[in-house]
Ligand binder design. Structure first.
Ligand code: DGL
Length: 276
């Protein structure tokens, strides 16, 4: 039967676009509504209660859009709020894949690095998941608090991000990891820099593809895959559309010639929150 209702994908800002890219390639028939909270990013160094409040507002917006599924394209909100939110909203809800199985499969030494926001690292989510799959594995978790603000400011190259990256990644190099989980959806934007610093022996794990695959599996199990060949894309942000448009162009190559250009929209979450 299928279901042609849209899929919501959301993040604290622009990072979730790295997941949108994979969903577009795996599920081209789906209508997608992306929400990036560019007005309040970053989330990862904020108190948990505040992050959960923001997440609730975004999911309320998606409720109003009548989505059939929402993909939490943010490790921070996945780690802190996903299980609770699943009980509060009527649509299918998934988080970012944690990258653990892929990292363990790729690692020969079973020494795994994890880089993420402070909130995600403090949640201990990746360490627990790695230890659950392989209790003998060694894990080196590293919070990288300046990455998200710099990426949001479009500083994907240059001395500022390079200095931060060298500082954050040195302990991982010192501890001899051979697989590194990008535990924040913003980080694939700077994977060339991370790869340069870590060296060719270290496999970078970006769980975006796996996240899109999980969405497809869940939709298929619930008989909710779209029945059309080509969906439409709305990209909604809470602030600064020109910046969102520029960064989207770095992340996703929309085949505009076929009329598939996304629609950019400024959205005030409060308009939807107060209605409910
Ligand atoms: N992309 C978000 C994540 O995956 C970044 C959160 C933040 O804004 O700090 O965690």
């Amino acid at each position: 039967m299928g279901d042609n209702a849209p899929i919501g994908i959301y993040d604290s800002g622009l990072g979730g676009l790295t997941v949108v890219k994979e969903v577009l390639s795996l599920l081209p028939g789906e209508d997608i509504i992306y929400f990036g909270d560019t007005g309040r990013t970053p989330y990862g160094s904020r108190p948990t209660a505040e992050i959960l409040g923001f997440m609730h507002e975004i999911l309320t917006f998606f409720s109003a859009q009548k989505v059939k599924m929402a993909i939490t394209a943010c490790n921070t909100m996945t780690a802190l709020g996903l299980e609770q939110a699943k009980t509060e909203f009527p649509f299918l809800l998934i988080g970012v894949n944690n990258g653990v199985s892929a990292a363990l499969a790729a690692s020969r030494s079973k020494r795994i690095g994890v880089i993420a926001t402070e909130a995600t690292i403090n949640s201990g989510k990746h360490v627990k998941a790695i230890k659950a799959e392989d209790p003998a594995a060694y894990v080196c978790p590293q919070a990288c608090p300046s990455f998200v603000p710099l990426i949001e400011q479009e500083k994907l190259f240059g001395p500022e991000i390079e200095t931060s990256a060298r500082e954050y990644l040195q302990p991982l190099i010192d501890s001899g990891v051979d697989a590194l989980i990008l535990g924040c959806t913003h980080y694939p934007f700077i994977s060339p820099l991370i790869r340069d610093i870590m060296g060719p022996e270290v496999v970078l794990i970006d769980p975006a593809r796996e996240t899109a695959a999980e969405a497809r599996t869940k939709l298929a199990h619930n008989d909710k895959l779209a029945t059309r060949a080509q969906g439409r894309v709305r990209l909604c942000f809470s602030a600064d559309l020109p910046r969102a448009e520029r960064v989207t162009a770095c992340a996703i190559d929309f085949p505009r010639s076929q009329g598939l250009a996304p629609r950019f929209e400024l959205v005030n979450l409060q308009d939807f929150y107060l209605e409910v």
